[in-house]
Ligand binder design. Structure first.
Ligand code: TXA
Ligand code: MG
Length: 317
């Protein structure tokens, strides 16, 4: 057991990481649970603290493209273009790994997922380290990803020594994961950078390649991101009558429903980025209400709305 501290001390975070300890770090997407990606024993602690299946590989985080080059093989031109357009930012690249990356970090895969997060504290921390940070989302495996330091504490208190508090994650959804194969660009996980933006930069269509098996394919065990309460997505008016005998809560996109039950509106202005940044907090709040069932509606299937709907689908599985 650790006494888990929350603070803004980068030096403290650095010293702990250098000793092979875990530190939760803020990013613009969600908080990560970080360890020295080159140290197999440190990485093993991540799997243990999160109770994460060992076949589910980790993303490594670096400060800039120069650092990144050490840990990957040749970088395709399309990848360079996307890095120039979106990194630092909510996008992760799946590339051939170099021998420096131990197998436990990639769960035995010859590919490594790499990203440059866009958060000032974490970028400062990463530039001060001589190794990259392996970091999955800092939640117990299967639960909703944390977007605030206190969310991390709720799930990992006593299991890690330090949470670096960088405030609320601005994007609020995990990064988009992109891979490259035979000249094609594949999107393996929908996230903070939307498909339309990627296609605009590349000047061509990308393929969406999302599957639900580990370990070959990124991302997507179906049970990810679920709140404890059952969540059903669909037409709210209809669901309300279908489940009239239950205690209900509503997560809506923009509309305020005229019921006196717990209700969270993701964006009154109907702004998808704002809705994304509030989604995971809304799920956590619903878990804390005295209700049996969470009802939610789909958001428009465009831009980052697709990633929101993907998370709603997973949460309702
Ligand atoms: O925004 C994010 O990406 C956050 C922050 C902390 O950076 N991280 C994150 O990590 O969401 P995690 O572990 O919750 O999700 C990473 C996903 C997993 O679904 C994993 O299967 C996939 O990336 N992944 C990582 N490395 C991979 C690899 N070598 N091959 C295939 N999939 C990989
Ligand atoms: Mg996760």
């Amino acid at each position: 057991m650790y006494h888990t501290e929350i603070g803004k001390d980068i030096i403290k975070a650095k010293l702990l990481l250098e000793k092979g300890e875990l530190v939760a770090i803020p990013t613009e997407t969600v908080y990560g649970l970080a360890a020295n990606a080159l140290d197999p024993l440190a990485v093993a602690k991540i799997y243990e603290a999160k109770n994460r299946p060992q076949f589910n590989p980790l993303i490594i985080h670096v400060a800039d493209i120069d650092q990144l080059r050490k840990y990957v093989g040749p970088i395709p031109d399309d990848c360079i273009r996307l890095m120039q357009a979106f990194s630092p930012g909510p996008i992760t690249f799946l590339l051939d790994k170099s021998d420096l990356i131990p197998d436990i970090t990639t769960a035995g895969s010859s590919k490594v997922a790499v990203r440059i997060p866009n958060h000032p504290l974490t970028l400062q921390l990463l530039s001060s380290l001589l190794f990259p940070l392996a970091a999955p989302s800092a939640n117990p495996s299967g639960y909703v990803s944390p977007v605030r330091a206190d969310h991390v504490a709720q799930g990992l208190l006593g299991k890690i020594p330090y949470i670096l508090d960088g405030g609320k994650s601005t994007v609020g959804l995990e990064s988009t994961i992109v891979g490259f194969q035979d000249g094609d660009t594949l999107v393996h996980r929908l996230g903070g950078i939307d498909v339309e933006e990627i296609e605009k930069v590349l000047g061509k269509a990308v393929k969406i390649s999302i599957t639900h098996d580990a370990p070959k394919t990124p991302g997507q065990l179906k049970s990810h991101y679920a709140p404890r309460k059952k969540l059903i997505v669909g037409d709210i008016e209809k669901l309300i009558t279908d489940f009239a005998d239950k205690k209900l809560g509503i997560i809506s996109f923009q509309h305020k429903y005229p019921y006196t039950i717990p209700q969270i509106i993701l964006s009154e202005k109907g702004n998808l980025a704002e809705a994304a940044s509030r989604l995971f907090s809304a799920m956590r709040e619903m878990d804390n209400f005295d209700i049996d069932l969470i009802l939610s509606e789909w958001v428009p299937e465009e831009g980052v709305g697709r990633a929101i709907n993907d998370r709603l689908r997973k949460a309702s599985h």
